[in-house]
Write a protein that binds this ligand. Structure first.
Ligand code: 2AM
Length: 173
């Protein structure tokens, strides 16, 4: 089972991002993701059994407050001809601490995760050809807060992955 732990996004925030994404479609060629699939990955586990993961999430979220989310410009991973386009989210102390705690609690239970440094982002499109011009600045900031940390199962398919929530812990409002 291919799984990852992510912050769920409030619907209004996801809708705002989808509106931004629709604008970008005019300038950027790629496979844009549906708003329902937007999330902010805290830890990518890859193939894993469920043992210990829910309790790690629970431990990381107990007494943790909702996480403010603030957009921080567009960015990309990968090559110009085959990139991932994302919306950056400001690396605030609260957000960085939550990702670190989730990873520590997973590690403490012997659950392995991808140890690449945490770069908060929400993927907007894959298989993107980045135009020669710079990515446009955001016209206005997007702000909200996240109050759910969820273990998702990812199923890969030809037309993109689908994500199924398996376990959710709430953060305090
Ligand atoms: P991405 O959006 O930047 O591609 C499910 O695959 C989620 O886990 C995606 O949000 C993906 O990030 C993230 N992820 C982090 N590390 C990953 C890895 N090594 N392989 C696949 N997905 C990874």
């Amino acid at each position: 089972m291919r799984v990852f732990v992510a912050l769920e996004l409030p619907q209004a925030f996801a809708s705002d991002i989808a509106a931004l994404s629709r604008q970008l479609k005019y300038a950027v060629e790629g496979r844009f993701l549906a708003a329902e699939t937007y999330h902010l990955t805290l830890a990518f586990l890859g193939e894993a059994t469920e043992a210990g993961i829910a309790s790690a999430i629970e431990a990381a979220c107990t007494n943790a407050a909702a996480i403010p989310l603030r957009s921080d410009g567009l960015g990309k991973f990968g090559r110009a001809s085959d990139a991932t386009l994302w919306l950056g989210i400001a690396a605030t102390p609260d957000l960085m601490r939550l990702a670190e705690t989730v990873r520590e609690e997973l590690g403490a239970r012997g659950v392995a995760y991808d140890g690449k440094p945490f770069k908060p982002h929400i993927t907007l499109a894959r298989r993107v050809r980045i135009p020669r011009t710079d990515l446009p600045p955001l016209a206005f900031p997007l702000n909200d807060e996240a109050s759910a940390v969820t273990l998702f199962k990812s199923t890969l398919a030809r037309d993109g992955a689908t994500y199924k929530p398996l376990y959710t812990a709430r953060l305090e409002a």
